[in-house]
Design a protein around this ligand. Structure first.
Ligand code: CA
Length: 225
């Protein structure tokens, strides 16, 4: 398996060691030695996977993870020096794909990289995100800032469709057709009712503006900057 991997790790010796091993395996790599530079590279480069240290200067690994997940579902493996359960839990809750504790055997890291890349190839599973919300179609779970939210099937499907079209205004008709489909037998204001349910469970609880109304047209999910 090959791919382009970004290594965000401030301990340059470790970063170089990982880079050397990965290039033996046929991966193309780039390195960043602090969180700010790493985030910038993640946002502008075309990578297949990111290795992200937690303890980083400029911006912490958790913050880098949070910001990347606003717009991207790229596989991210967290590197943690501390064998801290909290770091792992909050990393995974915030959308990390996996984590590995330093020091690690390079074989283990390579296995986790292969696994994460393979998982990402499985097109049945989508991980979509916006404004701190992460929706995973594999586990059918939704979290906001790491807090799980309970949605009905219809709410989940509606949110999923809007997230897939993030940044684009979707009309009520399009939502009815794609989310309700042949099931649809209710009132034409069903979309508005369900959007209200979603806002009640997400926007209002977490005080974010996720679902925007475009008057006379429909709705759009935007990333809060
Ligand atoms: Ca570090």
């Amino acid at each position: 398996m090959s791919g382009k991997i970004l290594i965000i790790e401030d301990e340059e010796k470790i970063a170089r060691f990982i880079e050397l091993e990965l290039s033996y395996e046929g991966y193309v790599t780039n390195k960043a030695f602090d969180g700010r530079k790493g985030l910038e590279m993640a946002e502008h480069g075309e990578f297949d996977l990111i290795l992200l240290d937690i303890m980083l200067p400029q911006l912490s690994g958790m913050e880098v993870l949070r910001r990347i997940r606003r717009t991207s579902s790229i596989p991210i493996i967290m590197l943690t020096a501390r064998d801290s359960v909290m770091d792992k839990v909050s990393g995974l809750d915030r959308g990390a794909t996996d984590y590995i504790t330093k020091p690690f055997a390079i074989e283990e890291l390579l296995a986790r990289i292969r696994n994460a890349l393979r998982k990402n190839l499985n097109e049945d599973v989508e991980v979509l995100s916006a404004s701190g919300l992460v929706l995973d179609t594999g586990s059918r779970t939704v979290t906001v800032m790491g807090v799980p939210i309970d949605l009905t099937k219809r709410e989940f499907d509606l949110l999923h469709f809007m997230l897939k079209n993030k940044g684009m205004v979707v009309s009520r008709d399009s939502l009815l057709e794609n989310v309700w489909g042949f099931d649809f037998s209710g009132e034409t204001n069903s979309v508005d009712v369900y959007v209200r349910f979603l806002r009640g469970k997400i926007d209002e609880v977490f005080n974010i503006k996720l679902i925007h109304t475009v008057r006379g047209v429909g709705y759009v999910i935007k990333d809060e900057k």
